[in-house]
Design a protein around this ligand. Structure first.
Ligand SMILES: NC(=O)c1ccc[n+]([C@@H]2O[C@H](COP(=O)([O-])OP(=O)(O)OC[C@H]3O[C@@H](n4cnc5c(N)ncnc54)[C@H](O)[C@@H]3O)[C@@H](O)[C@H]2O)c1
Length: 354
């Protein structure tokens, strides 16, 4: 299959246009804009005529994801760690660096955070900082500019929920280990959400939070064997290496394709009905990891063997999104099947990642 990312970006634009959703003329700061999801957001915003400021420290992101946007007049890249303060519209500030020429920001989308399990072990402190100090600094920008604040939280805030809390709705408080190997991520996202709510309460800023479930598609990085499951299985299958399943493979995940996720994110940012809300953006179809491994093996025509390794500590047994709220408030649900998503992602991997 020939894959062209522009077809998928145009598909998102078409879906947004059907509901007259446009960010034309808005000035939007996207932290983490050079990452997997952030760069898709930047692409759509630029095509809609927004002025898009991509702030990223290029740790888990790639300059390649945004290089094609550098020639656009309405795109600006700032290489900065959001854990450190930054001030827009100031020429001097005693507490941090300044970007004087950008006087007004309408929307702050705080997406900067490493998000892959292998990074939890290697970079726990930067992850904690991005979601706590980084969220506070990004909220400070929203406060100074009276901007809407949007935060990408995660299904990991639910930790390892019991069976009767799956599919998991937004009112489930979570079952999270505060001192486990994943705590730098899940607890810092929980703290990030608390920061958002505190700024909303005390400074009356407008906020929205999404809890993203396992999203993949073109531009996702494949890390080490502890990375994200979809890109790792694809890479292993395409290179005929063993496909390593952790545990017995009966644990479940709900997978969502990037175009559905970006459509949901931008509907959330746009819609008034979502003001002050926390909404799941995932899939309500649940697949076991073993089903995923077999599907990828079949679609890649791979000779790889499926092998098993011990399950990492605190790995969630089941993950499935309750989408009642997203359907009601955003009129949104994912439409791409797992098979369609994998076919496109595999085609992109063959051209870009091997
Ligand atoms: N992809 C998923 O399945 C998923 C699931 C749940 C939540 N999320 C959340 O969505 C957001 C985007 O995730 P992604 O999948 O695109 O990951 P990603 O790693 O591809 O993107 C994150 C981006 O943030 C940048 N970054 C990290 N720390 C930073 C810092 N301190 N200052 C500035 N930039 C920084 C990275 O360089 C990268 O470009 C993250 O907040 C993540 O937690 C993603």
């Amino acid at each position: 299959m020939f894959y062209d990312i522009n077809d998928d970006i145009n598909d998102i634009l078409k879906r947004l246009a059907q509901e007259n959703i446009t960010f034309n003329d808005k000035i939007i700061l996207v932290t983490g804009g050079a990452g997997f999801l952030g760069s898709w957001v930047c692409d759509v915003l630029i095509k809609q005529g927004a002025y898009c400021i991509c702030l990223d420290n290029l740790t888990s992101g790639r300059f390649d994801n945004i290089a094609h946007l550098m020639k656009e007049d309405n795109f600006r890249f700032i290489n900065h760690d959001i854990s450190e303060p930054i001030y827009f519209g100031f020429t001097h500030h005693p507490k941090g660096i300044c970007v004087g020429e950008i006087k007004k920001i309408d929307i702050v989308m705080h997406m900067a955070s490493r998000a892959s399990p292998f990074e939890f072990k290697k970079y726990p402190i930067p992850i904690l900082k991005s979601n706590t100090l980084g969220t506070m600094n990004a909220l400070g920008i929203a406060k100074a500019h009276n901007a809407l604040f949007f935060y990408t939280s995660t299904s990991e805030v639910y930790g390892n929920p019991p069976g009767d809390a799956v599919p998991t709705s937004e009112d489930y408080f979570g079952h999270v280990n505060p001192v486990g190997p994943r705590s730098c991520y899940d607890e810092s996202k929980r703290a990030g959400e608390a920061f958002v709510k505190a700024y909303e309460l005390q400074h009356k800023i407008k906020t929205k939070i999404v809890r993203i479930f396992n999203t993949s598609g073109p531009r996702i990085r494949s890390g080490s064997e502890f990375g994200r499951v979809v890109p790792n299985f694809i890479k292993q299958a395409l290179s005929n290496q063993d496909i390593t399943v952790f545990g017995d493979g009966t644990q479940t995940r709900s997978f969502i394709y990037v175009t559905d996720e970006i459509e949901g994110i931008l509907k959330m940012v746009y819609k008034e009905e979502a003001l002050g809300e926390v909404i799941n953006l995932g899939n309500d179809k649940e697949f076991t990891i073993l089903e995923l491994a077999n599907m990828i093996k079949e679609l890649t025509h791979s000779d790889s063997k499926i092998t098993f390794k011990p399950l990492p500590i605190d790995d969630p047994v089941r993950r499935c999104a309750d989408l009642t709220k997203a359907k009601k408030l955003l009129h949104w649900q994912p439409t791409t099947t797992l098979k369609e998503a994998l076919i496109k992602t595999i085609a992109w991997f063959k051209d870009n990642e091997l």
